[in-house]
Write a protein that binds this ligand. Structure first.
Ligand code: NAD
Ligand code: UDP
Length: 312
């Protein structure tokens, strides 16, 4: 039986990836220090003999006993609110944490996949974003703690690939949503849904004309799994290419929840908030045979149901 480690395994994406790898027949070890994650996300796996949780800060050198075939490196604060509150933790997990995890992959002879992000493109001047674009990142702005940590994570991952012939891969994840996002993580999906369900005003930041493209979590995890078992190393974009403005999105949330909430406009919390974002997924389509399948209506349906249970 193959055995995989998931760093950040108690987080939103890491817990869904745990479910997928268990379904594919893996033994899964989730390593997490719970800084933004929660054991509630993996509570349903507690009695599964093929699943193990280890509480560990991966900024410290660490190991896991026994053989390991694959490491999925997902540990990092991911919401802008989280990484603005945790600037040094974010820089360190992306740099030292990635280095430590690559060392573990090398020691175990395991294949390695790092969760990079569309944020490596910064506030992009190329649209939609192709993997060849090098990005437009402010290296010392408030968002830089995340963007530059992820850019370093990509650099060190491919350095290990070249130096040690490690089977190391990079996925660039675009905005993803679904059940198990934290109600208060500050990202737009939990913010708008919880505001709509409580009858509070939906807080659109800035002009609301900035765009994002939202991928449902099951689609994203499928793309990541396909990359991990392919002969491709990436970097490869995985996301949903249907783009919308935040004003449009607020209206879609109002419709999906049946809420009568108003829309209010607040200043942008970060100066470098990307004005447009949309993945070019030609590579994922042609090299992995992957594309998203879940419509926004369907994905929002199950996400809203989840948030209803959390707000009750
Ligand atoms: P999340 O905050 O729900 O999960 C991150 C997990 O990493 C948490 O459980 C947290 O406790 C853990 N973690 C953080 N620092 C750690 C450390 N030093 N040691 C051990 N564990 C640590 O966020 P998420 O949305 O699930 O994101 C997971 C990964 O995917 C992140 O690397 C993020 O950058 C990347 N990503 C996510 C999105 C998205 O839309 N969700 C988009 C792009 C990239
Ligand atoms: N946003 C918003 N209202 C909120 C939270 C976010 O208008 O309550 C905007 C934010 O300014 C950004 C977009 O929604 O332009 C997506 O933000 P999120 O934090 O979800 O992720 P990002 O793509 O910025 O990492």
């Amino acid at each position: 039986m193959a055995r995989a480690i998931i760093t950040g395994g108690a987080g939103f994406l890491g817990s869904h990836l745990s479910d997928r790898l268990l379904a594919e027949g893996y033994d899964v070890v989730a390593v997490d220090n719970l800084i933004t994650g929660n054991t509630d996300n993996i509570a349903h796996l507690a009695s599964n003999p093929h699943f193990q949780f280890i509480e560990q800060d991966i900024i410290q050198p660490y190991t896991v006993d026994g053989p390991v075939d694959a490491i999925y490196h997902f540990a990092s604060p991911a919401s802008p609110v989280d990484y603005l509150e945790l600037p040094l933790e974010t820089l360190l997990v992306g740099s030292v944490g990635t280095h430590n995890t690559l060392e573990l992959a090398k020691a175990k002879g395991a294949r390695f996949l790092v969760a990079s992000t569309s944020e490596v493109y910064g506030d992009p001047t190329v649209h939609p974003q192709t993997e060849e674009y090098w990005g437009n990142v402010n290296p010392n702005g408030t968002r830089a703690v995340y963007d530059e940590a992820k850019r370093y994570a990509e650099a060190v991952t491919f350095a290990y690939r070249r130096l040690y012939n490690l089977d190391a891969k990079i996925v660039r994840i675009f905005n993803t949503y679904g059940p198990r996002m934290r109600v208060k993580d500050g990202r737009v999906v939990p913010a708008f849904i919880s505001q709509a369900l409580r009858g509070e005003p939906l807080t659109v930041f800035g002009s609301g004309t900035q765009t994002r493209s939202f991928c449902f979590v099951s689609d994203l995890i499928d793309g990541i799994y396909k990359l991990s078992v392919s002969d491709q190393s990436g970097p490869i974009n995985v996301g949903n290419p249907t783009e919308r403005t935040m004003i449009q999105f607020a209206h879609e949330i109002l419709k999906a929840t049946g809420s009568k909430s108003e829309i209010t406009y607040l200043p942008l919390p970060t100066a470098d908030d990307p004005k447009q974002r949309n993945p070019d997924i030609t590579k994922a389509r042609t090299l992995l045979g992957w594309e998203p399948k879940v419509s926004l209506e369907e994905g929002l349906g199950s996400t809203i149901e989840y948030f209803r249970t959390k707000l009750d």
